[in-house]
Design a binder for this molecule. Structure first.
Ligand code: DC
Length: 221
């Protein structure tokens, strides 16, 4: 039976992952966070000192990325090791954005993403899901918010942690990642023509979850 595929794209810090996770739970779908896959490869690049795209491209076949869903929650495995708890730092965020511009990296992950989508009812979030990975998704959402709002949400999340960067540093990183993600040659972040735009700058978390869940229910009815 054909599986239901929902695509959610948007810039970093727009809340795609937490919102997709909440919607997936409500609808009984699997949430696939494709950013975590790029983050795992970013972590590999840091750990193996791969500073040049060519180095990474040469090693790509041995970078094994796997997703496991434990109690509906995604874990990402890098060469068999669960690295889910090591991929959320600002350093890995920047590395993920850099490795995601390498064509061999994108190709490596694309097949895996398509396979998961063909086999499961999913909500998949990322940057190129509606445009490249799932061009025939049942519904496409482009979820965004102003850079200032996204940076302030990230700051509130991180501020209790040791070595929390300042709001200004987070905003500068966010703008740099936005630039890299929208200007790369392959599969840049952009809104698919048939995607529904949701600007969450002035919306609360639950409001966004409810709004997108309703859009999905309307579409599937
Ligand atoms: O969604 P995120 O912040 O976890 O993503 C980390 C980086 O991975 C992001 O800066 C760009 C890249 N990415 C991508 O190029 N394509 C995707 N589908 C998902 C993420």
């Amino acid at each position: 039976m054909k599986k239901i595929n929902i695509a959610i794209d948007g810039p970093g810090g727009a809340g795609k992952s937490s919102i997709s996770k909440a919607i997936a739970k409500e609808l009984g779908f699997i949430h696939v966070d494709t950013g975590a896959m790029y983050r795992a490869i970013g972590l590999y690049a840091i750990r193996n000192n791969c500073t040049e795209p060519e180095q990474l491209a040469r090693q790509i076949e041995k970078i094994d990325i796997e997703l496991k869903f434990i109690g509906g929650v995604q874990r990402v495995l890098l060469c068999g090791d669960d690295v889910s708890d090591y991929i959320r730092s600002p350093e890995v965020s920047m590395a993920a954005s850099k490795v995601s511009a390498v064509p061999e990296v994108r190709k490596h992950l694309l097949d895996l993403q398509k396979k998961i989508a063909a086999e499961n009812n999913i909500i998949m979030d990322g940057r190129d899901i509606g445009t490249v990975v799932l061009p025939h998704a049942d519904l496409k959402i482009f979820l965004t918010a102003s850079a200032e709002e996204r940076a302030s949400r990230r700051y509130l999340e991180l501020r209790e942690k040791p070595d929390c960067p300042s709001y200004e540093e987070i905003l500068a990183d966010m703008k740099q990642r936005d630039y890299q993600d929208t200007h790369r040659a392959i599969a840049p972040l952009c809104q698919a023509e048939d995607a529904v735009l949701v600007d969450s700058s002035d919306m609360g978390f639950h409001e966004v979850v409810e709004h997108i869940t309703n859009l999905i229910k309307e579409k599937l009815d």
